[in-house]
Ligand binder design. Sequence first.
Ligand SMILES: [Zn+2]
Length: 176
Amino acid sequence: MSLLPECFSSQCAFRNSRLGFDQTNIQERQGSIHYLQCLLPCCDAIWSADEFEPEVDVEQCLLLNEIPRCPYCGGTARPNVLMRGDRQWLEHRQADQAARLSTWLTRVKKPVVIEIGADNVNSSLRGYSSLIAHDYSARLVRINPRNSSVPTNLDVGLGSGAKFALTEIDRLIQSG
Ligand SMILES: [Zn+2]
């Protein structure tokens, strides 16, 4: 078994979205741009954004085609992503993912948290990684070319880019 998803390449259509991981085995703490919800919202529906193909004028930073619409009220749809001060974000999709992760963490032994690219030392992602490591006696592998310091000497900080670090970890696992 490989640590890397099958399509970890710059040519893969899933590179910045799904990376080839089973969607039931991930947690997107602040939602996903690949899902939409009603802007209001008029209901609790969250749906795939697969049918929305944005046409963007990159120079002007403008959306050229119709904005996505809520299929329930006809109003504007938005990404199901938590934004700053966002009280309209529908969080039940993320909450379901969090519940699955929590169940999984209670069943595994010696879990490892691999944190990639959380630059800000005060970020919620770094806090979350440390919380999981503490609550489940997990070890932390922090991959960050700018700041890879780790909280304990049982954790590992790798001061490189994500692709290089993951490829090397995968190579070491494969070689036994
Ligand atoms: Zn609506």
